[in-house]
Design a protein around this ligand. Structure first.
Ligand code: 6PG
Length: 238
């Protein structure tokens, strides 16, 4: 996929439309290559999407036994912490579907040596992730790659220890090469608070230093009408 696909949906359909697309991508990847690697997004937006994937009919559409799950970023907190992306995914999805535990590869961001943890996780990642799910922050960040971050200039390492402007401040994140190598990318955004970031990411001049989510410009963007309102405004500009 080399071009951007924009899907704007009513808020009440957002989670099921995103979950359906993810289920379809995972099933197709298994059909095409025998297995699928899926890198999860953190934060709040994916919660309801994961919940949809954890219940019939979508739960039964995904060949979970052939799926390996990874994480695009993680906060430096214990895996049972309320701020942990792994804890959120486990609660909303992974504890409710028949995926073997050995196929859930969490980032051990809580380790005393985060640099070592980031190197080991980078080595664990597949060459190309089949399905990469990303969110976008109101400031245009994605994963834990924030505007102006040194991570934006990383071309060799696949995971870095970074500092976030918002708590939890220490995080581990994938780097641009992982995003660029992904076979398919889905970006999800919900709510008016994301409207400006979505508009900049989707229609603004290409400047990932300022809008890191543009690293995923060639993705399928699934956004609700509120998050798309900046696009409508721009489209309606004289
Ligand atoms: C994280 C995520 C981050 C998230 C955006 C949007 O660890 O927080 O990886 O990139 O996708 O910050 O977060 P919300 O979905 O909570 O708005």
């Amino acid at each position: 996929m080399d071009e951007l696909e924009l899907i704007v949906v009513d808020g009440k359909c957002f989670s099921v439309v995103a979950a359906e697309r993810l289920a379809e991508l995972l099933a197709t990847a298994v059909e095409d290559r025998g297995r699928a690697t899926w890198m999860l997004a953190g934060g709040r937006t994916p919660r309801t999407i994961y919940a949809r994937l954890a219940e019939p009919p979508l739960r039964d559409r995904v060949p979970w036994g052939m799926v390996d799950v990874y994480f695009g970023d993680e906060r430096r907190v214990p895996p049972n912490d309320a701020h942990s992306n792994y804890a959120m995914a486990l609660e909303c999805l992974l504890s409710k579907v028949p995926i073997p535990t050995r196929q859930i590869h969490r980032i051990e961001a809580e380790r005393a040596d985060p640099e070592r943890a980031s190197e080991e996780y980078g080595a664990l990642l597949p060459e190309r992730v089949d399905v990469l799910l990303l969110g976008i922050g109101y400031d245009g960040h994605t994963a834990s790659i924030f505007p102006g971050s040194p991570a934006l200039r990383e071309r060799r390492k696949r995971v870095l220890v970074v500092t976030s402007p918002s708590a939890p401040f220490e995080r581990l994140t994938i780097t641009p090469p992982v995003i660029e190598a992904a076979r398919t990318i889905v970006v999800v955004a919900q709510g008016a608070v994301k409207a400006a970031a979505v508009e900049r990411a989707v229609t603004g001049s290409f400047d990932p230093q300022r809008v890191p989510a543009q690293l995923a410009r060639r993705a399928t963007w699934i956004v609700d009408r509120e998050a798309a309102s900046g696009l409508a405004a721009r489209r309606d500009d004289p």
